[in-house]
Ligand binder design. Structure first.
Ligand code: CAA
Length: 391
């Protein structure tokens, strides 16, 4: 039997997130977008009400919520404002490698840091010449006694300017391709870490995106995550866990656009009737609704596989690919329903269209998701493997 009934806790968390999105995010979202402003106050409030770090296990001070609950929260946050939402949810991506591959001391220190205070962490994988092709990275970490010397540069880092620490991927064996990558926790205040360029973006302008450089940074050997040269696998396992959340955020954007378009179509009169009476508009609204519902189902499936301890690589790429592409399609159609007004900043939907674009790009483009899906369905053997253990 497939039962979509949520537990009381899941329903409560979803309601908490929805109320937060409505009262704390929506009223400031368009202004923050306009000025590309940092949502520090919203982050502080989200931390206080318990909407951040929900994935951190109880033994490190978090609530240890399941993945499905995390997705319920992310959909509401995405509905409120995905720009602010990306900043709010970034700790989940940055700390997944620690949850999966950190030693007990590292978990206590760095997960505890986020649950004790409203601090931030960032995930540093992408480089100027290594985006989809993770193994092409050039950042290096060379072992010297009880430390590694880190050199390189990471770009498009969410919350990069504000993070207290980074989970950084670097080559520890330059000749070994994906088998020569390792992951480390690196603090922003350490000598040699610099926050460089802050990006001026098309959408999600309330989230901070920066370049971070590492120049002879001394990283204690105990800050190595998982095992040396197994960082690529750790990155892939991390993305399997976080892509359902990205999909949920995309569903939230699509749902917001659908609701705005649906309501507007009932008010706007053309040819003597509300445009909702015209079949051309009805079919667009119908397709929007289907895409929201289908995206949510794929998202829930990908999260619930994780909650059952099963490998979700295929489901996670299905969800992320479909929900991200749907968010783009639905927001473009919402602008179309608004007609000329949709193109004007005074109306809400052009922001959603700009915000949706990044969903098809970050945490693996829609093309990379298709590549993963193709490999998984052409080699079904891998699908049935158990979730890889972290240690
Ligand atoms: N789980 C565990 N292991 C996995 C795995 C998974 N999901 N996927 C692959 N692996 C393993 C493979 O089994 C293989 O293992 P062996 O060495 O034992 O053989 C190894 O990893 C290499 O796998 P591939 O041959 O598939 O590797 P590839 O080089 O072809 O790359 C890829 C595959 C899917 C393209 C991958 O590079 C990828 O996901 N790229 C996209 C990266 C991405 O999402 N970047 C976004 C960064 S985060 C972000 O956006 C920043 C932000 O702040 C928002």
């Amino acid at each position: 039997m497939v039962d979509f009934t949520l537990t009381d806790e899941q329903t409560d968390m979803r309601e908490l997130a929805h109320n937060f999105a409505e009262k704390e995010m929506r009223p400031v979202a368009w202004e923050l977008d306009k000025y590309c402003a940092w949502p520090g106050d919203v982050i502080q409030k989200a931390w206080e009400v318990g909407l951040m770090n929900t994935h951190i296990p109880e033994e490190y001070g978090g609530p240890g919520l399941d993945f499905l609950t995390g997705c319920l929260i992310e959909e509401e946050i995405g509905w409120g404002c995905s720009g602010i939402g990306t900043s709010l949810m970034c700790n989940g991506l940055a700390t997944a490698p620690i949850v999966l591959g950190g030693s007990e001391e590292i978990k206590q220190k760095y997960l505890g840091m986020l649950t004790e205070e409203p601090k931030l962490a960032s995930f540093c994988l992408t480089e100027p010449d290594a985006g989809s092709d993770v193994s092409g990275m050039r950042t290096t970490a060379v072992r010297q006694g009880d430390k590694y010397i880190l050199n390189g540069s990471k770009c498009f880092i969410t919350n990069g300017s504000y993070a207290d620490y980074y989970t950084v991927y670097a080559k520890t064996d330059k000749e070994a391709g994906h088998k020569g990558i390792s992951a480390f926790v690196v603090e922003r205040e350490w000598d040699g870490v610099t926050v460089d360029k802050k990006e001026d973006k098309l959408g999600q302008r309330a989230s901070n995106t920066a370049t971070i450089s590492f120049n002879d940074v001394e990283v204690p050997a105990e800050n190595l995550l998982f095992e040396e040269n197994r960082g690529f696998k750790l990155a892939m396992m991390t993305l399997d866990r976080t892509r359902p959340g990205v999909a949920a955020m995309a569903v939230g954007i699509a749902r917001a656009a659908f609701e705005f378009a649906r309501d507007y179509s009932k008010e706007r009169v053309q040819f003597g009737v509300p445009i909702a009476m015209h079949q051309a508009i009805q079919f667009m609204i119908a397709d929007m609704s289907t895409k929201v519902e289908a995206g949510r189902l794929l998202t829930w499936q990908s999260a619930s596989l994780l909650d059952q301890g099963k490998r979700n690589t295929l489901a996670s790429s299905h969800a992320k690919r479909f929900a991200a592409d749907s968010a783009m399609e639905v927001t473009v159609d919402a602008v179309q329903v608004y007609g000329g007004y949709g193109f004007i900043k005074e109306y809400p939907v052009e922001k959603l269209m700009r915000d949706a674009k990044i969903m098809q790009l970050y945490e693996g483009t829609s093309q990379i998701q298709r590549l993963v899906i193709a490999r998984e369905v052409l080699m079904p053997r891998r699908v049935d493997e158990p979730a890889p253990a972290a240690a």
